[in-house]
Design a protein around this ligand. Structure first.
Ligand code: S3P
Length: 168
């Protein structure tokens, strides 16, 4: 399948919000890989991390993405921020269609997710330096996986949406 649109990028970059808007505009089904994992397991993401650790979560994420890659229907897919860590995921996502990197600065992320309780990687830690570290570890992987990057700092979701639609 090659006609999908896949959103990658860090936590708080707007993948789910933009993904939903894009799907509506393009009349495509919206799929969120985290939401699929939650619906398969019946528990939320913090609980999966608590019981199975990050590696258990990554294994589930890998299976969900491998499964989506076998399906023929075009979709808009919002991925979790760490989906690009796995080389097989990166290959699958690129083959599925157009991969867009929603890039936002750590400052912008901080504004959006300061009080988040649903992201285990951000609990009990200095949020600023945690996000910096993740950005340093992942920025190149996002760049290498994406066909195109959009900068989201200071933009409302409808503005990001317009940029993406112009480029498609
Ligand atoms: C993660 C991002 C989360 C979720 C999990 C791990 C990450 O998704 O998959 O908490 O490693 O960056 P969002 O990017 O939608 O917050």
């Amino acid at each position: 399948m090659t006609g999908s649109i896949i959103l990658i990028g860090p936590m708080g970059s707007g993948k789910s919000t933009i993904g939903r808007l894009l799907a509506t505009r393009l009349h495509l089904p919206y799929v969120d890989s985290d939401a699929l994992i939650v619906s398969h397991t019946g528990v939320d993401i913090p609980t999966i991390f608590e019981i199975e650790g990050e590696s258990g979560f990554r294994e589930r994420e890998r299976k969900v993405i491998a499964d989506l890659a076998t399906q023929s229907e075009a979709i808009v897919l919002a991925t979790g921020g760490g989906a690009i860590l796995d080389p097989a995921n990166r290959r699958h996502l690129r083959r599925m269609g157009k991969v867009i990197y929603l890039d936002v600065s750590v400052d912008e992320q901080l504004k959006r997710i300061r009080h988040d309780r649903n992201r285990p990687l951000l609990q009990n830690t200095d949020l600023d330096s945690r996000l910096q570290t993740l950005a340093e570890q992942r920025h190149t992987l996002y760049q290498e996986t994406a066909h195109w990057r959009v900068l989201g700092d200071g933009l409302r979701s409808d503005q990001v949406l317009r940029r993406i639609l112009r480029h498609l």
